[in-house]
Design a binder for this molecule. Structure first.
Ligand code: NDP
Ligand code: A1CAB
Length: 266
């Protein structure tokens, strides 16, 4: 069993840790989580994870080091790690807008760096994770691929598409969550209590996603099956489009991708 150290046990770092344990791939004891203060790691320690406020010490014997701090916090952390990181260790960066070359520029050209862009559904093994490396595909990328396959789906992409993957998949989960929230609010307006409306919206969204996953059909093909002629679905859909539904989604994704690319030097 490998040892993994997650530098920055915040929203995505801790979600990854939880997902890896739930998958059975790691025991809490195999995972070290760091933050700047040990007191902030009380919940994690209570679950059996190793915790540390000392990044170099926590990383020295890890097989895999995951960088999960904010882009603006990364340079300082990499300077701390530089003296201890070895070419045998795999460095996985989930940090948005920071290239493998940026990481190697500080940690050293001989280091193995793989970028991964998961989303928070990783905590329940349902992430969509994109992976990229500037090295030729090899055993180390395969190690990272297997790591993330245990906690969701994986697509290997070219590194220059990583900021696009950030917007579509990592930010994307928030966009779909907001869409579900909006549907539930609509449900309340037409007569349901909030709790029931949310449950109905969530299961309807899950059904839509599963339909596409299981049939591999195009969304418009499935939409055509719902829109009875002169019916209420097409009336609602067209009203949403008149108010810019698809356009708003596309514009949001484009702006997120633009922003994701510039976070390192923000
Ligand atoms: N949230 C998401 O869904 C996703 C985020 N990402 C990327 O992951 C990274 C983290 O994002 P997110 O989890 O949202 O951010 P958070 O702020 O939730 O997590 C960052 C964590 O890093 C810790 N931290 C900060 N400085 C240090 C340090 N010097 N040493 C150790 N730990 C430190 C913080 O804790 P403390 O302040 O207590 O030290 C905090 O817990 C970002 O680069 C983001 O782009 C990628 C995909 C999805
Ligand atoms: O909002 C952010 O910047 C991070 C990156 C992707 C998801 N959360």
């Amino acid at each position: 069993m490998s040892k993994i150290t997650i530098i920055g046990s915040g929203n995505i770092g801790f979600s990854l840790a939880k997902g890896l344990v739930t998958s059975g791939q790691f025991k809490p004891d195999d995972i070290t989580l760091t933050r700047r203060s040990i007191a902030a790691l009380k919940e994690e320690a209570g679950l059996g994870f190793r915790v540390s406020d000392n990044n170099p010490e926590a990383s020295s014997d890890a097989d895999i080091i995951v960088l999960a701090i904010l882009p603006q916090q990364l340079k300082k952390v990499m300077e701390e790690l530089k003296p201890v990181v070895q070419p045998t260790q795999v460095i996985v960066s989930v940090v948005s807008g920071v290239s493998c070359a940026d990481v190697k520029a500080i940690l050293g050209q001989d280091k193995i760096v793989v970028r991964a862009m998961p989303n928070t559904a990783i905590a329940i093994g349902q992430s969509m994770t994109c992976i990229a490396s500037d090295d030729a595909p090899g055993e180390k990328v395969a190690v990272v691929e297997r790591l993330f396959e245990a906690v969701g789906s994986v697509v290997i992409i070219q590194e220059d598409l990583m900021t696009s993957a950030t917007a579509l998949c990592a930010c994307g989960i928030a966009f779909f969550l907001r869409a579900i929230r909006a549907a539930s609010q609509g449900g309340v307006e037409i007569g349901f209590h909030a709790h029931d409306a949310l449950k109905m919206a969530v299961q309807t969204a899950k059904g839509a996603a599963d339909l596409l996953l299981q049939t591999q059909n195009h969304p418009e093909g499935e939409i055509d099956k719902v829109t009875s002629p002169k019916g209420c679905t097409i009336a609602g859909l067209n009203e949403m489009e008149h108010y810019g539904f698809s356009s708003a989604f596309i514009k949001g994704i484009k702006l997120s991708a633009k922003k994701a690319g510039g976070l390192y030097n923000d």
